[in-house]
Design a protein around this ligand. Structure first.
Ligand SMILES: [Zn+2]
Length: 550
C-alpha cells in the first residue's frame, strides 16, 4: 500500500522520538499516544507560545484545577445529560459505532438502519438500536461509600466553579480572561483517526468573562483591519475583522477578537495559511452550552478539514447553572452612577430552629440561605458537604427591607476559545513536512518555526579533532545554560549531521572548523535558506536568542 503523508509523518515521529503509540508492548489501544523526547519538547514550546498569546498579549490569568471532577459539577454543567454521541450496535459482532462516523450527511438514522444504508463496517451485518452514550470516564473518589466523579471532559468547569474567587482577584472588573492548560478525557466509541481523535488529550482553554451589555474588547482596535479566513459551509472568503462584526457575520467584537488571536497563534505556530479557515457552526451542530461557535479548521491530506479550535459564545449558561445548583453568589456587579435606595425581599434564617434541627450543619445552611433569592417554594433543597438537604419553610422568614445598592447584579457572559493541543501538534508536523531528493537520496525537512522547534541549534565540530571538539562542547554547553535547546553531534559526515537536524526541524546548525582556532568564529547554517555565515563565538548566544524569541 502506498504511504500517504500521515503514515510518513507517523513513521518519522516514531523513529525520531516525537510520538509513540501508548502501551505498544501490550498491543496498544486506539486513542492513546505518548510524546517522546522531541514531542514533549515540541508540546511544551507550543503551549508556551499559546501562553505568550493569552497571558502576555491578552493579559489573561492562568489557573490549574484537578482533572478528576465531582459528579455535581458535571451534572450542573449539563455534561451528565448532554455529553453524548449517538451510537449504534452491530446485531452479530456486537461492536458499537458512533453514528456520525458511518452515516452520510442528511440521512435519517432510523431510516438508514431500516433500509440498510448503514451496516456494520467490520462484519457487514445489520445495525440496531440507535441510542446516546455518555462519553465521560466515570470514577469514584475514596473507597466504599465514595463520591461519584468523572475525568473532566473539558478544563473549563474548573474555571467556572472558581468564578467568584477569580472575580475578586480581578478587582471585580470585566472583561477578564482565565486560562487553563491540561488534560481532558473523552471515552470515544471507536476512534479511527489516529492522533487526531484521542481519548486522553491536552487542551488549552480560555474563559473570558464579559458584561452581556458590552461585548466589546479593549484591544479590538489593534486588530480590526486584519483579515480573517472565513467559510460559511458554502464558500471561503477573506474579510477584515471590523467588517465581519459590522455585517453581523460574527455577532460581537469579543468573539471576533478571539478568532483573530486564534488565527494569529496557529499561523505563528506553523499552520499553513492555505490550509486554514474558520467555519461557522450551523444551529443544529452547536454544543448544548453555545449560542454561536466558529471552528478553526486545518486541512490534512488524509482527513480533510479538521476542527482544531472551537471559539464559542457560551453566554451565561455555565455560571447560571452553577448558581442554581450550588446557591453560591457568582454574580458580577454593574455599578450605578450613584447609590440607590431600594426595597428588597430577603431570606432571614431562623437560627433558633436551624440550630437544634441541623446542629453541626446549621452554620453552613445559614450562610447559603442568606445568599439565596427569596422563593415561594414550600422547601429549599441545598447541598452541604455532598449531602442533599431539604430546608422546610419554617426555618426562615422572608422580610422586606430597605437597602442601599451601589449597582445591579448580573451573570457574566463567556467567550471561550478551546484548543486541541494534540491536533495542532500533528498539523504543525504535516504542514511543515517537505520531501525532496539530495544526490538521489530521499531527503525530508521539517520546516518548524524556530519558536516551536524542539531543538533550536545543532552544534558540530567539523572533524573529530580534540581542539575542535573542546570548542564545540563549550559552545553547546553555553547555549544550553542560556536556555537554548541544542543537540551536540560529532558522528558521520557534516552532510549527514545536517540531514538529521533537518529531519527533526532544527532551524540552525553551528560548525566549528580549523579557522575557528585562529579567528574565534564559527559557521552558522540556516535550515531553510541553507545559507551559511560566519559569526564571532562570543556573539552566538545573543544572536541565537534574537532568532528564536517571539
Ligand atoms: Zn459487526
Amino acid at each position: 500500500m502506498p504511504q500517504d503523508i500521515y503514515d510518513k509523518i507517523m513513521m518519522v515521529a516514531k523513529r525520531r522520538g516525537f510520538i509513540y503509540p501508548s502501551f505498544e508492548i501490550y498491543g496498544g489501544i486506539a486513542g492513546f499516544y505518548d510524546y517522546g523526547p522531541l514531542g514533549s519538547q515540541l508540546k511544551n514550546n507550543v503551549e508556551n507560545l499559546w501562553r505568550h498569546f493569552y497571558l502576555l498579549k491578552d493579559n489573561c490569568i492562568e489557573i490549574a484545577t484537578p482533572t478528576i471532577t465531582l459528579y455535581e459539577v458535571l451534572k450542573a454543567s449539563g455534561h451528565v445529560e448532554e455529553f453524548t454521541d449517538l451510537t449504534v450496535d452491530c446485531c452479530r459482532c456486537k461492536r458499537s459505532y458512533k453514528v456520525e462516523d458511518i452515516i452520510e450527511k442528511g440521512l435519517s438514522v432510523e431510516q438508514a438502519i431500516k433500509e440498510k444504508k448503514i451496516i456494520c463496517p467490520t462484519c457487514g451485518s445489520a445495525l440496531q438500536d440507535a441510542h446516546p452514550v455518555n462519553l465521560m470516564f466515570a470514577t469514584t473518589i475514596g473507597i466504599g461509600e465514595g463520591r461519584k466523579a468523572f475525568l473532566r471532559p473539558e478544563t473549563a468547569q474548573g474555571i467556572f466553579t472558581n468564578f467568584h474567587l477569580l472575580y475578586q482577584y480581578s478587582r471585580k472588573k470585566l472583561p477578564f480572561g482565565v486560562v487553563q492548560i491540561g488534560k481532558g478525557y473523552r471515552n470515544e466509541i471507536s476512534p479511527r483517526q489516529g492522533t487526531l481523535r484521542q481519548r486522553e488529550f491536552s487542551m488549552a482553554e480560555a474563559e473570558v468573562f464579559f458584561d452581556p451589555k458590552d461585548k466589546t474588547h479593549p484591544y479590538f482596535d489593534t486588530i480590526k483591519d486584519k483579515e480573517l479566513y472565513l467559510f460559511d459551509n458554502e464558500k471561503e472568503w477573506k474579510m477584515s475583522v471590523a467588517d465581519a462584526v459590522k455585517k453581523k457575520i460574527i455577532n460581537n467584537q469579543a468573539l471576533a477578537y478571539y478568532m483573530y488571536l486564534t488565527q494569529d497563534f496557529l499561523l505563528s505556530a506553523g499552520a499553513d495559511p492555505k490550509k486554514f479557515r474558520f467555519r461557522k457552526h450551523a444551529a443544529n451542530e452547536l454544543a448544548h452550552y453555545a449560542t454561536e461557535c466558529w471552528d478553526a479548521e486545518l486541512r490534512s491530506e488524509r482527513f480533510g478539514w479538521v476542527e482544531c479550535v472551537g471559539i464559542a459564545d457560551r453566554s451565561a449558561y455555565d455560571l447560571n447553572a452553577h448558581i442554581v445548583s450550588s446557591s453560591v453568589d457568582m454574580y458580577a456587579l454593574r455599578p450605578f452612577e450613584e447609590p440607590r435606595e431600594v426595597t428588597i425581599k430577603k431570606v432571614v434564617p431562623k437560627m433558633n430552629i436551624l440550630g437544634p434541627r441541623f446542629s453541626g450543619k446549621a452554620g453552613k445552611i445559614k450562610e447559603q440561605l442568606e445568599l439565596m433569592e427569596p422563593t415561594t417554594a414550600k422547601k429549599i433543597t441545598m447541598t452541604i458537604d455532598g449531602e442533599s438537604i431539604d430546608i422546610p419553610k419554617d426555618c426562615y422568614d422572608i422580610v422586606e427591607a430597605k437597602e442601599k445598592q451601589i449597582g445591579e447584579k448580573f451573570v457574566p457572559h463567556v467567550i471561550e476559545p478551546s484548543y486541541g493541543i494534540d491536533r495542532i501538534l500533528y498539523f504543525i508536523l504535516e504542514h511543515n513536512y517537505v520531501e525532496g531528493k539530495k544526490k538521489d537520496e530521499e531527503y525530508t525537512i521539517l520546516k518548524l518555526n524556530p519558536w516551536v522547534a524542539p531543538i533550536k541549534v545543532g552544534v558540530f565540530p567539523l572533524i573529530g579533532d580534540d581542539k575542535l571538539i573542546s570548542i564545540a562542547k563549550e559552545i553547546d554547553s553555553d547555549l544550553r545554560t542560556m536556555g537554548i535547546a541544542t543537540f551536540y553531534d560529532e558522528s558521520g559526515t557534516i552532510g549527514r549531521r545536517y540531514a538529521r537536524m533537518d529531519e527533526i526541524g532544527t532551524p540552525f546548525c553551528i560548525t566549528v572548523d580549523h579557522d575557528s582556532l585562529t579567528d574565534n568564529m564559527v559557521t552558522i547554517r540556516d535550515r531553510d535558506t541553507t545559507k551559511q555565515e560566519r559569526k564571532k563565538i562570543e556573539e552566538i548566544s545573543s544572536y541565537m536568542r534574537g532568532k528564536i524569541s517571539y
